[in-house]
Ligand binder design. Structure first.
Ligand code: ATP
Ligand code: MG
Length: 137
């Protein structure tokens, strides 16, 4: 059993898509074991996405992530990291497979509704960035 960090991004929270997105996770066999709505500062968004600091879209990305509340959550299941990324679909909604969250809900490559950890080490780091041990059962 594996855990991964998911973020429902500002474009989705502002359109009241949290429930529809969570239904996709649960239908895929992912259990939501922790969840909270928070507002990131631009600095916190920048720290979270620091691997992209040198990319041309970094400023746009961190401004967007701080533009409205997000829902951060821990998803658990068999191969949760890969399964979550499958349910999310490709980064660019134009390339996302039908039925995926990004195909159905994303507005653009930047405002693409969800984030999911990409490997076991990043999942562990990203979960610890948002959740204390006491919040995880
Ligand atoms: P995430 O890390 O958010 O789960 P991802 O792993 O599919 O998404 P990354 O390559 O890690 O994609 O990019 C991180 C985020 O940066 C993307 O989800 C998207 O919001 C934004 N992004 C990526 N490429 C672009 C781009 N060309 N223009 C604008 N924003 C982009
Ligand atoms: Mg990524």
């Amino acid at each position: 059993i594996e855990r991964t960090l998911s973020i429902i991004k500002p474009d989705a929270t502002t359109r009241n898509l949290t429930g529809k997105i969570n239904a996709k996770f649960e239908d895929a066999g992912l259990r939501i074991v922790a969840q909270k709505r928070i507002q990131l500062t631009k600095a916190q968004a920048g720290e979270f996405y620091k691997v992209h600091a040198e990319r041309p879209f970094y400023d746009e990305l961190t401004t967007f992530m701080a533009s409205a509340p997000v829902v951060v959550q821990v998803l658990e299941g068999e191969s949760a990291i890969a399964k979550n990324r499958e349910v999310m679909g490709a980064t660019n909604p134009a390339d996302a497979a039908p039925g995926t969250i990004r195909a159905e809900f994303a507005e653009s490559v930047g405002e693409n509704s969800v984030h999911g950890s990409d490997a076991p080490e990043t999942a562990k780091e990203e979960i610890a960035y948002f959740f204390s041990g006491l919040e995880l059962v």
